[in-house]
Design a binder for this molecule. Structure first.
Ligand SMILES: Nc1ncnc2c1ncn2[C@@H]1O[C@H](COP(=O)(O)OP(=O)(O)OP(=O)(O)O)[C@@H](O)[C@H]1O
Ligand SMILES: [Mg+2]
Length: 268
């Protein structure tokens, strides 16, 4: 069985964040959301990001996706290649476009990128197959279950062939069983494609199950307080890893790192 460290691919792009700060403009002046955030994600690595609510995780992902500008600091990311996005962002919950079929939803990012119609349909079908939704190509999002809709979102992100996949609590709205199934699917796709993934979650279980390393953020304004490697082998069978004593130790360690920050966030 491969250990996590053996699996980090080479030749792909990673993320390098140094001294990143962001202040939003509030009614009473600037309000800091991120303060001096520094970390690296290696090419092909799967990194989870956990932290109390409001600590700036979404803000960080939005900066990495180029949706908002930081106040200070630098981000080093792969350059965009023709027909390929540098990053793709998968949000929590409903972000499918209800008036488009599943196929058109998945092809949407490619349309925005200017990919010709025939090619974008082909690529969309390929990625729908990857998430097991080819049979629902012509359905509309409201005809799908929540888990299927979230698979459409994942296929849409993958279709743009990003070097880096940014995921912001993508499974938070799913029930436990469907969450486990989608985690399996994401891991399978990641093993095939070996994209660099930064995955935000509130679930310690999810962070341990999926990632090579967990970054822990402080209460607001967020910075990285520590990083915890996840030295569990892959593939990660849910039943097996739950019985691994290392799993319990990791969970206890993460909660130990997070508890004070969550209490601090709740007091503010
Ligand atoms: N557009 C905005 N304008 C002003 N303040 C904002 C804006 N977006 C976020 N904030 C503030 O920035 C801080 C960080 O918010 P952010 O959404 O990044 O946190 P988060 O860690 O993703 O929280 P959660 O875990 O609840 O999703 C919060 O205090 C929030 O109120
Ligand atoms: Mg958030």
């Amino acid at each position: 069985m491969l250990r996590a460290a053996d699996q980090v691919g080479t030749g792909l792009a990673g993320i390098d964040v140094a001294g990143l700060s962001k202040a939003y403009q509030g009614r009473h002046g600037p309000s800091p959301a991120l303060q001096d955030v520094t970390f690296t994600v290696r090419a092909g690595e799967f990194v989870a990001l956990i932290g109390p609510s409001g600590c700036g995780k979404t803000t960080l992902l939005h900066i990495l996706a180029g949706l908002i500008e930081p106040t200070a600091g630098s981000v080093s990311m792969p350059r965009r290649h023709p027909g390929r996005l540098g990053t793709a962002l998968v949000f929590q919950g409903a972000s499918t476009l209800p008036w488009m079929t599943v196929l058109d939803n998945v092809a949407y990012g490619l349309r925005v990128m200017g990919v010709p119609a025939r090619e974008r349909r082909e690529r969309a079908r390929q990625h729908l197959g990857q998430v097991g939704l080819l049979a629902s190509s012509e359905a509309y999002p409201h005809q799908l279950s929540e888990g299927m809709r979230q698979r459409v979102n994942i296929a849409r992100a993958l279709a743009t062939d990003p070097a880096i996949l940014l995921m912001d609590e993508p499974f938070a709205d799913l029930d436990e069983q469907n969450r486990l199934l989608l985690q399996d699917e994401l891991l399978r796709i990641w093993q095939e494609d070996r994209k660099t993934v930064l995955f935000v979650t509130h679930s310690l279980d999810e962070a341990i199950r999926l990632s090579d390393r967990v970054l822990v953020m402080s209460a607001s304004p967020g910075h990285i307080t520590t990083e915890v490697p996840v030295p569990l082998g892959r593939p990660r069978d849910f039943q097996k890893i739950r019985q691994d004593p290392a799993y319990g130790a990791l969970s206890a360690r993460l909660w130990g790192e997070l508890r004070e920050e969550v209490l601090r966030a709740n007091r503010s």
